[in-house]
Design a protein around this ligand. Sequence first.
Ligand SMILES: Cc1cc2nc3c(=O)[nH]c(=O)nc-3n(C[C@H](O)[C@H](O)[C@H](O)COP(=O)(O)OP(=O)(O)OC[C@H]3O[C@@H](n4cnc5c(N)ncnc54)[C@H](O)[C@@H]3O)c2cc1C
Length: 395
Amino acid sequence: MNFDPTDDQRRWRDLARDFAQNEIRPRAAELNREQKFPNGIIADMVHLGLLGMTLPEEYGGSGGDFVAYNLALEEISRADTSVGITMEAHISLGCSPIAAYGTQEQKEKYLPKCATGENLWAFGLTEEEAGTDAGGTRTTAELDDGEWTINGSKKWITNSGTDITGGVTVIARTGTRENGKPELSAIIVPQDTPGYSRGPAYEKLGWRASDQHPLYFEDCRVPEENLLGERGKGFRQFLATLDAGRVAVAALSVGLAQACFDEALARAKEREQFGRSISEFQAIQFKLADMAMEIELARNMVLKAAWLKDLGRSFGREASMAKVFASEAAKRAADGAVQIWGGEGFMEASAVARYWRQVKINEIGEGTSEINRQIIARSLLAETAKEAKEQMVAQ
Ligand SMILES: Cc1cc2nc3c(=O)[nH]c(=O)nc-3n(C[C@H](O)[C@H](O)[C@H](O)COP(=O)(O)OP(=O)(O)OC[C@H]3O[C@@H](n4cnc5c(N)ncnc54)[C@H](O)[C@@H]3O)c2cc1C
């Protein structure tokens, strides 16, 4: 086995680390306080190729592999998870489905603008009545005379209302299957389409410098060719999109956990009580050791899942495992960091107070911990059932 990143992966990680530590980290507190979308930072990341990572070079993308993308995303998130989620939602949720399922024309039309930063792209799945149960989508799209007419609404959609948002790919009900279940399809809706509007941005506990809005569709018409991939394949498409997205949210969590550790270690070395550095107390040392162990494990889980994806192998179970473990490890790291900072960690001015608020969403977005545990358990049960069947056939 080889745990060394390739030269290309290392280059992406180092480039992201330098930019994040020098340009993002010093501004993270202000962006969070003012709930200001980081337009300038996003523009700089575009110039560095970070917003086109994993997109094919023929469409202006940087052509990095999935491991490189997750290494870079960890570094960006280590500096600020608002910027991290903006990058993640654009690449994993916005662009990847178009790259994976789009027609040649769709890819040529949308991807170059997404890769070169003219546009951010959003992915609209969640609705008022369809959260974890995303199959319960109520938004409808009816095909008539060469046009889809979309009616309904979406909720909490990331990157949907920035100055450079190009549009959203929405999951809509396009019919009913013979078994009575909804037929779901993905449809591309450009930002300026009549009948498509957005509500005001949300006030949030964390990710306060990132952009989320409710979306409304009232007799919103787009051409028939805006269907993404095949009609009725929307359910499979979003499951696959979320598998990859979960690896990325896990990488984001590792970045945040690392930031917590960085702050905790620095404070432990600097703070003195009882005439000694608090880093000399075993209680503090054990907290640091636990954090470091969990970060190491979570990072390895992210990289293994990403490596499997790069090899074209099945990675859904590993993605869910990485997402659950990394998000929960980050929560423990944030808690430990505040504890090591003591009362100062409870003060608004401390970075660890911000991290403590940021961390919770990682256990919710792109599949809650509960649903990911269910995915892991189902895959284990299906595997053992398959093994039992194979043994019976062999006997
Ligand atoms: C800041 C933010 C950004 C987001 N960005 C996007 C985006 O860009 N695009 C998008 O489409 N969505 C987005 N989302 C939505 C996000 O993916 C959902 O919040 C998430 O899928 C969970 O849905 P829910 O919040 O409605 O929770 P619910 O489905 O209401 O779940 C509530 C609780 O019930 C549990 N639960 C539900 N069903 C089960 C079950 N079968 N078994 C056990 N427990 C269960 C859940 O785990 C959870 O603990 C965003 C959300 C937020 C907050």
